[in-house]
Design a protein. Sequence first.
Length: 232
Amino acid sequence: MANAEREEQKNEQIKEMGSVDLEGNQSRHRIKLLTIIGEIEGHEAVAGNAKSTKYEHLLPLLAEVEDSDEIEGLLILLNTLGGDVEAGLSIAEMIASLSKPTVSLVLGGSHSIGGPLAVSAKYSFIVPSGTMIIHPVRSNGMFIGVTQSLRNMIRTQDRITRFLADHSRITQNRIEELMLNPTELVKDVGTLLEGKDAVREGLIDEVGGMSDALSKLHEMIEQERQKKCENR
């Protein structure tokens, strides 16, 4: 009965939060799996039939990861078209501030504000067919056509490019070049990077899949364990 209840709780956690505790590995490392899929939902709810990741769900979960004595590492799976900039940046900053080993894996895509989310982990992977789109900040809804509005958008864009540069091997100037590229996207400016291109540009650490991401995370957790033992 206890096993059945535990399984039901796990299924509910996957359904509602997109997360699960990975158990049963030979090295007995305790890993939290987190998925970021669909649209990043901020202060306004997305359409009812759209897949979304809610930042009010993720922030408490990430705080739990940091505070828990049981969880040793975090694996993040990404397939997102982007969404709310402020919500996306807050999640990315939270992930980047975790003291525990973190690895991200871009599966289908990690576009727009998904870029900072992908690089926020301590090590990042992207599958060969995965994509990342870097483009300028856009405004939804009413836009007041005054200098202050433009200045605020530029500052927001600078926050994004600075975060990307600070958490990867690409420079802020190169990000801005890719962001303003007029030749890559139809009816838009920006750049689409496939797996190996994202690695070549220094945005992502390595091309790989699930086994690579898990192996790297286990390696990082083991190094963290050894470091703690040495400090005792």
